[in-house]
Design a protein around this ligand. Structure first.
Ligand SMILES: Nc1ncnc2c1ncn2[C@@H]1O[C@H](COP(=O)(O)OP(=O)(O)O)[C@@H](O)[C@H]1O
Ligand SMILES: [Mg+2]
Length: 227
């Protein structure tokens, strides 16, 4: 479970400072599915980075299962991240020179898993997202939807507790978007994940039990009566 208190993030560019998050309080129970919406520049990606321990807040607490990630030494933060948190980004972020299987395996390297087991688990994860026939393909040889499936497999192969997705369908056409949303929903159910997603996709937002909106660094969370 996440417990965020007074999370503020200030970016400084030269003389200018931007208040990207302004005192965010947020609780995300285990197994929850939270959709985050809001205008561009509102602070959505910044919040996801805080939840993922990719960056630290300027002030405030980001407590995951009793540990304040904002204050963890770098090495321990890296470990929390590589064991517990899977990410899916809008731009897939695959390594272009590695095959699908090798891309997925990269998530297991920091966990000290043997090469043979890495290969098997990566193949299994790719099968579960419908890419069992594409293990040896490079990202450039796959469609956007297939690349995003590889990224989902990479996020989940380590069996994290948490899945964070930042506009995962933002670069995809409409029919592929629905496919990817279906895969994400199935993964959330099958893996019992705590799932936080930034999306403008209204179909999925309608189904989410809780909806958050971030504007100018401030968050409001509502239960979704349509879900
Ligand atoms: N690394 C950064 N350095 C400086 N400013 C940043 C950085 N990342 C984000 N910002 C600024 O913080 C604000 C929130 O950005 P972001 O979290 O990316 O919003 P969103 O994802 O909702 O579009 C914006 O004003 C953005 O320009
Ligand atoms: Mg963003």
């Amino acid at each position: 479970m996440y417990e965020l208190t007074g999370v503020t993030k200030r970016y400084t560019r030269g003389k200018e400072t931007v208040l990207a998050l302004d005192g965010v309080d947020l609780t995300v129970p285990d197994g929850d599915r939270l959709v985050i919406q809001g205008p561009t520049g509102g602070g959505k990606s910044t919040l996801l980075q805080m939840l993922g321990g990719l960056d630290r807040p300027t002030s405030g607490e980001v407590v995951l299962d009793g540990t304040d990630m904002a204050r963890l030494p770098e090495a321990r933060l890296t470990r929390v991240r590589s064991e517990n948190i899977g990410f899916v980004f809008q731009s897939f972020n695959l390594i272009p020179t590695l095959t699908a299987q090798e891309n997925v395996e990269t998530a297991l390297v920091p966990l000290g898993i043997k090469a043979k087991d890495r290969r098997e688990r990566a193949a299994e994860a790719l099968k579960s997202v419908g890419l069992g026939e594409r293990l040896g393909h490079l990202p450039g040889e796959m469609s956007g939807g297939q690349q995003q499936r590889v990224a989902i497999a990479r996020a989940l192969v380590k069996q994290p507790k948490v899945l964070l997705a930042d506009e995962p369908t933002g670069n995809l056409d409409e029919s592929t978007r629905d496919e990817i949303m279906d895969v994400l929903e199935r993964m959330w159910k099958e893996h019992g994940l705590t799932f936080v997603m930034v999306t403008h996709d209204s179909t999925l937002a309608k189904k989410a039990p809780r909806l958050a909106t971030i504007r100018k660094g401030r968050i409001t969370v509502k239960d979704n009566p349509q879900a």
